[in-house]
Design a protein around this ligand. Structure first.
Ligand code: FMN
Length: 159
């Protein structure tokens, strides 16, 4: 049995997630980034995380070649960044956005709830997406509340 795309989306939308912006530097030295909700922890020892990226995404080639990438976990105040990094032309996504650069050289967005810097450890073909596994080299957590995504819309924690 196969499931049609609308039903599949509708079922998966019942899984509430946080939102991240994944960043890296492409082969020409340009910053690239995109909004990603398909992020999860993988392993504690060693510390591994994963992101699942559409092969059609403009930063896909950069993730395949860059040794390192960053993951910015967005706070409840950063819905506009989530929208921006999913919709604004990829050439202009960082314009007017506050950020610092991590030791690995990747962009770390100002006021994100947490920052993770990874070394790409492996990647696995997964249908129209690729799973990128990152070994966590540095990570910092801030205070605040997370931005959530549920059933195709932005949501907030009520606790
Ligand atoms: C809330 C949200 C979550 C998203 N999660 C993912 C994801 O996990 N993986 C993915 O490949 N794209 C995801 N996207 C879509 C990408 O952000 C978007 O397709 C990407 O920025 C494409 O733009 P580009 O190819 O012009 O760079 C998400 C978009 C939004 C708004």
């Amino acid at each position: 049995m196969t499931i049609d795309s609308d039903s599949f989306r509708s079922v998966l939308g019942r899984f509430a997630s946080g939102i991240t912006v994944v960043t890296t530097v492409d082969a020409s030295g340009r910053d690239v980034g995109m909004t990603v909700s398909a992020f999860s922890s993988v392993s504690l020892h060693p510390p591994l995380v994963q992101v699942c990226i559409d092969k059609a995404a403009s930063m896909y080639a950069a993730l395949m070649t860059a040794e390192r990438f960053g993951i910015n976990i967005l706070s409840s105040e950063q819905e506009s960044l989530s929208r921006r990094f999913a919709a604004v032309d990829s050439q202009h996504r960082f314009e007017g956005v506050g950020y610092a650069r991590g030791e690995s050289g990747v962009v770390l967005l100002t006021d994100a709830l947490a920052h993770i810097e990874c070394r790409r450890q492996a990647h696995f073909d997964a249908g129209d997406h690729t799973l990128f596994i990152g070994e966590v080299e540095r990570a910092t957590a801030g205070d605040g509340r997370p931005m959530l995504y549920y059933r195709g819309g932005y949501a907030q924690l009520e606790r």
